[in-house]
Design a binder for this molecule. Structure first.
Ligand code: IPE
Ligand code: IPE
Ligand code: MG
Length: 255
């Protein structure tokens, strides 16, 4: 099928998503409702992460990708940015043993080259300390942008052309896909955004091509295992057609 490099799952029995990707939004508003500084909401957001990771592991989800800091979040007040970096550092330091208890393997995506050496070391160590776990793969996107991801994949392809390893005509959607951050993992089946906004905010642009979208007003610190189940329930009601007709999908045709 030309131009179709997603991983189509034709079965109507696929009711549980393999890969869930979440934009964890609404921490600031959650704090504001409580007359607290925004950072109070970010801290509460870490608690919500802990609950959702556990719930995903318990439900046999294969991959959970969380948007923790976008390439645009540098535009925030410098104080908030540095507090978020500190929170990332302390959360990773503190949570690694719990990830190990739950057999969770951590992976970081995004351009980490701009982070302090201390944070870069922490990111690497946390990945190493969980690398033998065989359960849920937890992907945390930090200084990540979908445009950055596609650009770095294109750059790798172009470097191969310049080195004479590939022709320009070898650059296909499949080749770009192979060079993206999550190339070795199934594409997200279910995308969740909390906090009420209905936009993608430069998250996984390429990988979301055929993902089912779920938006909820719930602010991230309030997002619970029950909220997760609501999203999974909505997902389970949908028919994924990947361009085909409903009848073809029902009859298992045109795969
Ligand atoms: C999401 O919550 C967390 C990050 C972007 C780091 P926000 O901080 O965007 O919360 P709101 O949208 O201002 O409520
Ligand atoms: C998206 O949330 C990024 C993360 C949750 C990390 P934002 O709050 O930054 O998104 P916009 O700016 O409202 O689109
Ligand atoms: Mg926000």
């Amino acid at each position: 099928m030309p131009g179709n490099n997603q991983n189509p799952d034709n079965s109507l029995t696929s009711r549980v998503p393999q890969h869930i990707a979440i934009i964890m939004d609404g921490n600031g508003r959650w704090a504001k409702q409580r007359n607290q500084p925004r950072f109070f909401g970010h801290k509460a957001g870490v608690e919500a992460v802990r609950g959702v990771v556990k719930a995903c592991a318990a439900r046999g989800i294969k991959v959970l990708t969380l948007f923790a800091f976008s390439s645009e979040n540098w535009r925030r007040p410098q104080k908030e940015v540095s507090l978020l970096m500190e929170l990332l550092y302390t959360a990773l330091t503190r949570e690694v043993s719990k990830l190990n208890d739950n057999n969770v393997r951590l992976r970081i995506i995004g351009d980490r080259s701009v982070f302090s050496e201390k944070l870069q070391n922490r990111l690497r160590k946390s990945e190493e300390q969980t690398e033998n776990n065989t359960g849920l793969i937890l992907v945390v996107a930090v200084n990540y942008g979908g445009r950055w991801d596609i650009t770095q994949a294109a750059r790798k392809a172009i470097e191969k052309v310049l080195a004479g390893e590939l022709q320009a005509s070898d650059i296909t959607p499949a080749l770009i896909g192979e060079n993206l951050s999550l190339a070795d993992l199934p594409e997200p089946d279910l995308f969740i955004r909390t906090g009420g906004e209905q936009r993608v905010s430069n998250f996984l642009l390429w990988q979301l091509a055929y993902t089912e979208l779920f938006f909820t007003q719930t602010l991230w610190p309030d997002f619970s295992a029950a909220s997760l189940d609501d999203a999974i329930e909505s997902f389970s009601q949908r028919q994924r057609r990947f361009g085909r007709t409903g009848e073809q999908v029902e009859n298992g045709e045109g795969a």
